[in-house]
Write a protein that binds this ligand. Sequence first.
Ligand code: SF4
Ligand code: SF4
Length: 82
Amino acid sequence: MSLIITDECINCDVCEPECPNGAIAQGDEIYVIDPSKCTECVGHFDEPQCIQVCPVDCISPDPAHPESKEALLVKFTKLNPA
Ligand code: SF4
Ligand code: SF4
């Protein structure tokens, strides 16, 4: 499941450099996560790095993009070819 940033985002830019998949970018008003690149950090870290660093806890799972851990691992492999 991709994560999503809510409108509580304060545009602090802390999360963007922490994403191992380059999935986070500044959007028109707040930061946004590209669901095609977010693996919940599966393959890289045990916990989503963006959630760990966000000072206002405005990042959560996006029910619009349900994915199993296996699907996230497949996505990780495609994003990070050996
Ligand atoms: S959970 Fe990981 S891969 Fe997804 S946006 Fe956050 S830092 Fe990037
Ligand atoms: S860390 Fe949180 S508040 Fe800061 S830019 Fe990212 S989502 Fe927004």
